[in-house]
Ligand binder design. Sequence first.
Ligand code: AMP
Ligand code: MG
Length: 460
Amino acid sequence: MIQFDNSYLRELPGTYLRQPPAVAPAPEVVVFNASLAAELGLGALPEAAAWFSGAEVPPGAEPAALAYAGHQFGGFSPQLGDGRAHLLGEFLGPDGRRWDLQLKGSGRTAFSRGGDGKAAVGPMLREYLISESMAALGIPTTRSLAVVATGETVWRDAGGLPGAVLARVAASHVRVGTFQFFAARGEEDKLRALTDYTLARHYPGVSGALGLFDAVVARQARLIAQWMGVGFVHGVMNTDNMALSGETIDYGPCAFMEAYAPGTVFSSIDRQGRYAYANQPLILAWNLARLAETLLPYFDADEARAVEIANDRLDGIAAVYQAEWLAVMAAKLGLPHVEDAFVQELLHAIQGVDWTLAFRRLGQDGYLALFDDTGPISAWLAKWQALQPDLAAMARVNPAVIPRNHLVEAALEAATVGDLAPFTALLAAVQDPFGPEAGREGFCLPAPVGFGTYVTFCGT
Ligand code: AMP
Ligand code: MG
């Protein structure tokens, strides 16, 4: 039993379309997040297969597809929206926090354009695995509650694949693109309502469009700094994939960087490297500028003054981000604070070295074995050691286990043909990221050289 309370539908009429999910022919639960369900007060959910496959709409749920727009790779699409997702509704967790429950891969909606509204089991398990890894790493993210196989074949370039629906929970699905949708249409009443709604839901105590903007800047800057800390490359930082809540959302072609290289890109469609690892902070500012544009009329009634305020805020984003990033790096280095130049010297020394191990093993015996050229790192290490870093604190923030690309691929490949054992083992490992390396070395090491360059594809 889920006690639904659907505030978005109630308070923001005209921002969504009621749409029923498609009915799956032969639903079967592939993976269920029992600990998350318990944490959220949802119980064992014996109805998961029926509820998350469209076979049954849970009592109190009001399935809807939300409208949004978005800049995709810099180009504006005035109408995207949930083309293969259905918001079932919202519920309150035991701590009073409000959660969206959404199905992804649940069939066509009025926003589907040419798409089939479906998803394959591989990409949905991918989102499940990586989002749960992010949660275990302490990084704000939507969570995955279940993946249900539909018993249907979905057709992709690779051929026929087993279909699946992901059930996920999120602090909300309000995106930068949601604001853009109504701004582009000149629907001021809806923009105002959306601003008030977002403030009440995510930033109680904050008021006004400018207050909202500043609060989102703070949370998103912190989020991207955390991504950078673990080497996460989102891959599609389009404005429709940036949540006002500050959660990581929409896991498509994302992956974790192994050898440190600022230009790291995994997504097959990101040919220009727009969303490369080191570009993410720049895209953060770019996307937030798009948000500011939608709020401009509410920053000040006087247009010139509003532009001045916005420009001032946008100029400040780099400094907000830099402070967050230095805080993340200081923690990774076991220090109360660090100077930029000191971190840059380290980054220079670890080029080409596995990002995760370069921090996890820092301060341990045999560290220099990670390096071909030990000169630059040795010079840096001497300075770092003199600062008396807190090694125990470092072990709590520098993971031993991230979802290694070769293991993710092998797990998804096996799951696609019905063998869940590698997925289950990998999931357990990423859910304990800060545990020891010893005894699970296979989960801690980078891909063997023969794995080659890793390329990911959009999770459609
Ligand atoms: P994403 O890649 O998740 O950022 O999605 C971008 C847009 O494409 C969103 O509006 C999605 O709803 C839509 N979309 C992605 N895959 C499909 C699909 N298979 N069918 C219909 N719409 C889709
Ligand atoms: Mg998306």
